[in-house]
Design a protein around this ligand. Structure first.
Ligand code: FAD
Ligand code: NAP
Length: 521
């Protein structure tokens, strides 16, 4: 390792989404406590921080000719309770000045992510409109050479300035849900409807009254189909490769096995059945893609909880511990997992944590991989990732929190989804960080068509008129608005006679009984 004084070392963070901003915040927190820190740069190709949470109406290329990064769409609400991703050093209540409901829309979470960085005064550490084009590593000199460009959109032609700079450490924080995995089925090239990947899905209203086919059985499939249903789609066919989703869907839904081929608008499935379809939405996940890295630095992994190519703590590249990947794992915990990884990696850079030798690293990798392979259910996977986060947090000064409570909130959420996939977002969870009980939202998720910050944060009395009443009126019986008073609250706290352990066990058993074999999503 280098003998340069820490203040002369240079750290590059590539990407300013939740992972990159976690690293920024980690270094700032150390500095605030009096530590000397290296020179920090963060290059972000979009015009602001926020990563996936920064909505872009474009598809394909952005205004600078770069691939559009975010896969988020209009009306996207958090699919997990905010209580399971809350920053331990910056709570929702601190940010919004009052308790807010448990499943915020994208704009609200963007505001929260940005709020922590603005409050820390480190927005200026990020160079926006700056894209990293290449990154190579010189093992002898232990230095990275990075080529990057400032993007300036001047009139109709993007003007790019190229720079080359050396860094001692690189944090890869560019996410892994932006390069679509797009399977091909015979006949796709002549399909007489629309085929798109979830990454290019922007607005469910487009599919009102259409007959859609959803390929895939994970979160995008679950949420995009639910969005389409909410905004008026009348015929939704789900297909799966390994196992179907285990929810009870409304009657507008049906499930078929894999596609075999497509002719005109007619899809034939592997069981020989056929169906006419207007649009096929490929919710088939993403590939790890880091186009700026040389081959050796680029991890090769599927979307999993313990990724290939990263050794110690599944953060440090097996080529050099000077390269750290934040958020490369499939994600149950998100923002607070990125924080835990960032704080840990920061301490390695600052020298307060030492990475052990290769034998110990391999042993750790193999143990976690073996445990990962034994995960059979969502509950197993939640426990696995929470345990991972816990041991990272406990090794640093990141504020410790109640890990069992995180698991219990997750299991409550899973339970609610199994009970009713269209109403789980109406539940209230309790903050693990400050114990705040979330208020019920003024409108049920199915009836809430306005996803703006203003509407979401309003109290029942302040609530603005819904913007698109028409769609709402078309689905009267299940989608009428419920007031706070109408919604009895159900949380772990309201079961005082049971211990937390009993509740967890009960929830685990229920969820496991609903999951199909190998049903971890
Ligand atoms: C559709 C969708 C919905 C999701 N919903 C939820 C949810 O409800 N709850 C939840 O907790 N998680 C959700 N996630 C998971 C989400 O990925 C994480 O919450 C989080 O955004 C990951 O943060 P990240 O910083 O690792 O990556 P990202 O958010 O992807 O940020 C990466 C950043 O790197 C930048 N970048 C990329 N390439 C370059 C380059 N060459 N040079 C410079 N900058 C670059 C990008 O512009 C981007 O800002 C969702 C993901 C998707 C795809
Ligand atoms: N806030 C929200 O509501 C929201 C909405 C969308 C996405 N997200 C987030 O986005 C991230 C990515 O989720 P994701 O669902 O896009 O990806 P994912 O979890 O990786 O799932 C990919 C799915 O595609 C299927 N698949 C892959 N290749 C296939 C093929 N050739 N044929 C048929 N099926 C195939 C997989 O099937 P197998 O099961 O057979 O492997 C799996 O079901 C997650 O973090 C999720 O939480 C959140």
């Amino acid at each position: 390792m280098t003998t340069k004084p820490i203040t002369e070392q240079k750290v590059l963070i590539i990407g300013a989404g939740p992972s990159g901003t976690a690293v920024l915040r980690a270094f700032k927190s150390a500095q605030d406590k009096g530590a000397e820190i290296p020179q920090i740069r963060c290059f972000e190709k979009q015009g602001d921080i926020g990563g996936q949470w920064l909505y872009n109406w474009r598809t394909g290329a952005d205004e600078n000719g770069q691939a559009v990064h975010s896969a988020m769409y209009r009306y996207l609400w958090s699919n997990g309770p905010k209580e399971c991703l809350e920053f331990a050093d910056y709570t929702f209540t601190e940010h919004f000045g009052k308790p807010i409901p448990s499943f915020p829309p994208r704009e609200v979470l963007f505001d929260y992510i940005k709020g922590r960085i603005v409050k820390s005064g480190i927005e200026s550490w990020v160079d926006t409109h700056t894209v990293v084009h290449s990154c190579t590593y010189d093992k002898e000199r232990e230095m990275f050479t990075v080529t990057y460009r400032h993007l300036k959109n001047e009139g109709t032609i993007a003007k790019h300035e190229q720079h080359v700079e050396e860094f001692d450490y690189v944090f890869c924080c560019t996410g892994h849900f932006h390069m679509p995995n797009m399977p091909f089925y015979p006949g796709f090239e002549k399909f007489e409807g629309r085929i798109l990947h979830a990454h290019n899905f922007k607005d469910a209203v487009e599919f009102k009254d259409s007959r859609i086919l959803i390929v895939g059985a994970s979160y995008s499939a679950e949420d995009i189909s639910s969005q389409c249903y909410k905004y008026g789609c009348k015929d939704i066919t789900l297909t799966y490769r390994t196992a179907p989703m285990s929810f009870t869907w409304p009657e507008e839904y049906s499930t078929r096995p894999q596609i075999q081929s497509v002719t005109g608008k007619v899809v034939t499935f592997v069981d020989g059945s056929t169906k006419e379809i207007d649009a096929i939405i490929l919710c088939t996940g993403y590939k790890h893609h880091y186009p700026y890295f040389s081959d050796e630095l680029h991890i090769q992994s599927t979307n999993r909880l313990w990724v290939d190519g990263l050794s110690w703590q599944n953060i440090f590249s097996s080529v050099t511990p000077r390269l750290m990947y934040i958020g490369a794992q499939d994600q149950w915990l998100t923002f607070n997992m990125f924080d835990a990884q960032a704080w840990y990696a920061r301490d390695v850079v600052l020298g307060s944590i030492t990475i052990p030798g290769k034998e110990e690293q391999d042993k750790q990798f193999n143990e976690w991989r073996e445990k990962e392979l034994k995960n059979k259910t969502d509950s197993d996977a939640i426990r696995y990732q929470t345990e991972y986060v816990a041991q990272l947090v406990e090794a640093t000064d990141y504020p410790s929190f109640d890990y069992e409570k995180v698991i219990s909130e997750f299991l409550e959420w899973e339970h609610a989804k199994q009970e009713n996939i269209m109403t789980f977002r109406d539940k209230s969870h309790t903050s693990v960080m400050d114990g705040t009980k979330a208020p019920a939202h003024h409108t049920t998720w199915l009836a809430a068509l306005d996803d703006s910050c203003e509407c979401y944060l309003a109290t029942l009395e302040e609530k603005p008129e819904e913007k698109s009443e028409e769609t709402l009126e078309e689905k009267p019986e299940e989608k009428s608005e419920e007031t706070v008073e109408e919604k009895p609250e159900e949380t772990v706290e309201e079961k005082p006679e049971e211990t937390l352990e009993e509740t967890l066990e009960e929830l685990s058993n229920f969820i496991n009984s609903r999951e199909t074999d190998g049903g971890v999503k």
